[in-house]
Design a protein around this ligand. Structure first.
Ligand SMILES: [Zn+2]
Length: 153
């Protein structure tokens, strides 16, 4: 965990906490996305809410976009929103190898990525075809899921 702290220097505590489970899943899958603080003056006015925190997302050293949380929302909603935004950046960004990335991987044999959803008070990666195929955000194994991974949820 101490190694990860170099990536998020300068990030306000709330967005750092909301990012934690998403970053765990990125790291497990080997996706090198890093985040750094974005000041309000660096943020397009249409993205600025009354009480928001922002971070730049970098992939392979290149800025791919900004992520934000609304401090008026619950912890689960903040993480859900970040997971959703970050997934868009990962899926939209071409990789050096040129191969498509499906993050996070779904059940073995499913070509689609999983989708972030709030179920109860927790944020989950859920199969878009089978709602019972799901793992908590922060606990994805970083590879195609097996039925064993799912029963633990
Ligand atoms: Zn699936």
């Amino acid at each position: 965990m101490t190694k990860m702290s170099t990536d998020d220097q300068g990030l306000p505590e709330e967005i750092r906490n909301a990012l934690l489970p998403v970053r765990r899943d990125l790291a497990t899958a080997g996706v090198a996305l890093t985040f750094e603080n974005a000041r309000p003056e660096d943020t397009p006015p249409h993205l600025l809410g009354a009480d928001t925190q922002h971070a730049w997302a970098r992939l392979g050293g290149r800025v791919v976009g900004q992520v934000a949380i609304d401090l008026a929302k619950t912890a689960a909603l903040r993480t859900w929103y970040l997971a959703d935004q970050i997934q868009d950046y990962v899926l939209e960004t071409p990789w050096e190898s040129g191969k498509a990335v499906s993050w996070p991987s779904c059940l073995s044999g499913h070509a689609h990525p999983m989708k972030a959803e709030i179920l109860g008070d927790d944020v989950w990666w859920v199969c878009p075809r089978e709602l019972s195929v799901r793992v908590r955000v922060g606990w994805h194994p970083g590879r195609f899921l097996t039925r064993t991974d799912i029963t633990n949820g």
